[in-house]
Write a protein that binds this ligand. Structure first.
Ligand code: GDP
Length: 348
């Protein structure tokens, strides 16, 4: 039985990757940090089928002992500080995790078992101020945020370990990929979640930054298949993973609101707080190498993706609301009981 180790397993990509590996019969191990508040929401449904291991990716020896114990065949590095605006607030931390963290994992593999196959989650943010359109595996990088800069380091150190030590290390340059499991701070989820709340009468406006920014948005579930395929090839190589189609934030808002029968212009408010110090205006990937060599193609279209996310958010918000009203009703009953018994009631 093949064993795979996944960092960032509690994140969007990690959870889809764990599902994919389980469906292929892998034994799946996930790395989680030892924190007091663990966020296991995205892997709740598969928690009894995967093994969670405590290790800190900043601590080389803890990664090494993990590899010695688990003896994985494949190692997917899907952990990072991934939110671009946060990388200006915490540039050093971002560099330590997203850049230097990769060297630690590669070092651990080199020292423990250099035959372990390694996948590095690289990012289209490395192209930043784009030097060519569309961007492929040979397009020069020009990152525009501390996050992008850190990812460039992660990419090149992966290439370097492959070339220096002959390791099977691949870098997948993934363009934006989204899903109902995307964090609420990213523009896709922010739009679909707020649209759902507006539809259900729980919000009245959606505050956004740059509406003209363009991205190549795909479905995370499709992207993890490409990551897995990279490690099944005869030769380790780097690949751009993208849909090849670029859309604007404005188009996304229009489509999301249209899906629920509303006009985005009635709700979207431009808010300078969400405009970035340096912006990536236009990303569009050329996935032809992945199509040709991996036989990979995205299956979910942009429209389908947004509809899937809006629907999931409507369901989630509805459930939250139901839960809230059940709790409120229970509190009310309790208060009535206490009042009848002539005891003081705490007013919250
Ligand atoms: P990123 O490509 O990894 O930075 O993904 P995001 O989803 O965070 O941002 C995608 C684009 O949407 C960027 O160009 C942002 O400037 C733009 N954008 C516009 N308004 C917002 C907003 O309110 N929140 C976020 N996160 N992005 C926004």
């Amino acid at each position: 039985m093949k064993r795979a180790l996944v960092t960032g397993i509690t994140g969007q990509d990690g959870s889809y990757m764990a599902e994919l590996l389980l469906s292929k019969g892998y034994e799946v191990f996930g790395v989680v940090r030892r924190t007091s508040s663990r966020n296991l929401e995205r892997i709740e449904h598969i928690q009894d089928r995967i093994q969670l291991e405590s290790a800190d990716l900043l601590d080389l020896s803890s990664v090494m002992s993990l590899l010695q114990r688990i003896k994985p065949h494949e190692f997917y590095n899907l952990a990072a500080q991934t939110f671009v605006p946060a990388s200006w607030e915490q540039p050093v931390l971002t560099g330590e995790i997203t850049a230097l963290g990769v060297t630690k994992m590669l070092e651990a593999i080199r020292l423990v078992d250099p035959t372990i196959r390694f996948y590095q989650a690289s990012s289209s943010e490395m192209f930043g101020k784009v030097q060519a359109v569309p961007q492929n595996e040979r397009t020069p990088f020009y990152p525009r945020s501390p996050y992008g800069v850190a990812k460039v380091y992660g990419h090149w150190i992966t290439v370097n370990y492959r070339e220096s030590y002959g390791m099977f290390a691949c870098s997948g340059i993934c363009f934006n990929h989204e899903s109902p499991r995307r964090g609420s701070e990213f523009v896709t989820r922010k739009i679909t979640e707020t649209a759902a709340r507006i539809k259900l009468g729980m919000a009245t406006e959606l505050r956004l930054g740059n509406l003209e920014a363009r991205r190549d948005w795909g479905f995370a579930g499709d992207f993890v298949e490409a990551m897995w395929l990279m490690l099944q090839q005869e030769e380790p190589e780097d690949y751009v993973i993208a849909t090849g189609v670029t859309r604007s934030v404005r188009e996304m808002a229009r489509i999301a609101f249209e899906h629920i029968g509303l006009n985005y212009e009635d709700y979207v408010i431009l808010d300078p707080r969400f405009v970035r110090p340096a912006e990536v205006d236009m990303l569009v990937g050329d996935p032809s190498k992945a199509a040709q060599k991996l036989n990979w193609r995205p299956k979910v279209s942009f429209e389908e993706l947004i509809a899937m996310m809006v629907e999931a958010d409507i369901q989630r918000v509805t459930e939250q609301r139901q839960l809230q009203s059940i709790t409120q009703a229970a509190q009310q009953r309790q208060a009535d009981k206490l009042r009848k018994a002539n005891r003081p009631v705490l007013v919250r």
